[in-house]
Design a protein around this ligand. Structure first.
Ligand code: SF4
Length: 454
């Protein structure tokens, strides 16, 4: 008789799910924000600003909060980072601006809560003032932006500000990219990602077209024919396989799809195993593991092939996993997915030993099995180059090659964000989109208007 793994939806009731997926870090009150802002030294040559990939003038925006100038504070953030609201929620500030805060060198050792203050200011703007920027007179230029994630949105907004018309194309039905589909629901709680997209679109001049996939619904040469310039910000659409026996069994899925399901569906309808094994060591692995637990999985084990130091999940994420009852096992490499009576039963791992250089050797004879009803693979994402293959876009090391002005090797085509070589951070993608837009604007201003088809 074929056994079926214990995978079910609705393990928790609506009330429990609402609590489990509410805001992981509730916002500061006005009083808390002012007290925190007053701790800032408003440093000259502020190291926190140096550490921000988008270069937000952090002391200036914090001073705005301290002096009650909320409009000025928000504008300071948003003129550098139009997605400052989501970055405030998902940025690993503890390894960026907050790590560099001079308060860390003082006895009490607490950095200014820059992310929380940034959220306070940008939330105020979205609640009170709406879009703070206006469009320049229309230029008559039309630009296609492929991918409506952080890079594409930042690019589209900056181009629209400069008076260009932008068509924003994305394979998903909704804009937002990773903010909408790819991070844990409690990090961007409620419909914040869509609220931020709507806020950004208030600039005008941007037309969003969902369900449009490059290589399926249109080609790059179509875009080059119909538009003055193109920006590629498609992110990473592929996921790495484990390449081991049993990977196709029911109940084995990639963590990216699992996270997307949690984000886009009624949580009560998302199936989750009673015992879940997550394989991987990055933030995606942690997001999947904690959300599985918060959907009602009884046991969640995150297994990584190397040690804490080598995990790409930040220390704060690792702690988050542990405080959410996720068991973390290190130095263990998956050997096979275990099948019993035709069904998923667990994962066999071989134990490893550190070699001293951060790597490990694994003993094929020394293995153990972690029982599982569901296995989530989070061993990396890949740029899918097929949609641009055949065009003269150079791809190296699995990413699109760009120069210092975000130009690809195809004339008039620019790229940025995760599909190019870089830090794979939301805030870095925003910087890429913004700076690519500036480069495109400069190039278009220098070129004669060419009579682009309407
Ligand atoms: Fe304020 Fe810290 Fe930045 Fe100095 S380093 S400006 S104290 S947040």
């Amino acid at each position: 008789m074929t056994r079926t793994p214990d995978i079910a939806s609705g393990r928790l009731n609506d009330t429990a799910l609402a609590v489990n997926f509410s805001d992981a870090h509730p916002p500061l009150t006005k009083e808390q924000a002012v007290v925190e802002a007053d701790r800032c030294f408003f440093c000259y040559d502020a190291p926190c600003t140096e550490a921000c990939p988008t270069g937000i003038d952090i002391p200036k925006f914090i001073r705005g909060i301290a002096t009650g100038n909320m409009r000025g504070s928000a504008r300071t953030i948003l003129e550098s980072n139009i997605l400052g609201g989501s970055c405030a929620r998902v940025c690993p500030t503890e390894i960026l601006c907050e790590e560099k805060c001079v308060h860390n060198t003082r006895e009490e050792g607490h950095p200014i809560r820059i992310g929380a203050l940034q959220r306070h200011a940008t939330d105020w703007q979205m609640d009170h003032g709406g879009q703070p920027f206006t469009r320049a007179p229309e230029t008559g230029r039309r630009i296609a932006v492929v991918g409506a994630g952080p890079a594409g949105l930042a690019c589209a907004h900056r181009l629209a500000m400069h008076g260009h018309d932008v068509v924003l194309l994305d394979a998903h039905d909704h804009a937002g990219g990773l903010n909408e589909y790819g991070v844990a629901a409690y990090k961007l709680a409620g419909d914040f990602a869509q609220q931020e997209v709507a806020f950004l679109m208030e600039i005008g001049g941007i037309t969003f077209k969902g369900g449009q996939k490059l290589g399926r619904d249109f080609s790059l040469s179509d875009l080059r024919r119909d538009y003055d310039a193109v920006f590629l910000g498609m992110g990473l659409a592929g996921v790495r396989a484990l390449g081991i026996e049993g990977e196709t069994l029911e109940g084995v899925q990639d963590a990216v799809t699992f996270i997307e399901n949690v984000r886009s569906r009624d949580k009560k309808t998302v199936p989750v195993g009673r015992r879940v094994v997550v394989i991987g060591g990055g933030n995606t692995a942690v997001d999947a593991a904690v959300q599985a637990r918060r959907l009602g999985a009884e046991e969640v084990t995150l297994v990584y092939r190397r040690g804490h130091e080598q995990m790409s999940a930040t220390p704060v994420e690792r702690e988050w996993a542990q405080t959410n009852d996720v068991t973390v096992r290190l130095w263990s490499s998956p050997v096979r997915i275990v099948e019993e009576d035709g069904a998923l039963a667990g994962v066999e791992f071989s134990r490893g030993a550190a070699t001293g250089d951060g790597r490990a050797t694994y003993d094929a004879q020394d293995t153990f099995i972690v029982p599982a009803d569901m296995v989530l693979k989070a061993v990396g994402q890949l740029f899918v180059a097929d949609p641009v293959s055949g065009d003269s876009i150079l791809v190296e090391g699995g990413r699109i090659v760009v120069d210092g002005s975000y130009r690809t090797t195809m004339e008039g085509v620019y790229a940025g964000g995760d599909c190019t070589v870089g830090e794979d951070l939301t805030v870095a993608a925003v910087r890429d989109g913004r700076d690519a837009a500036e480069a495109m604007h400069l190039a278009l201003c220098a070129a004669p208007v060419s009579g682009v088809p309407a």
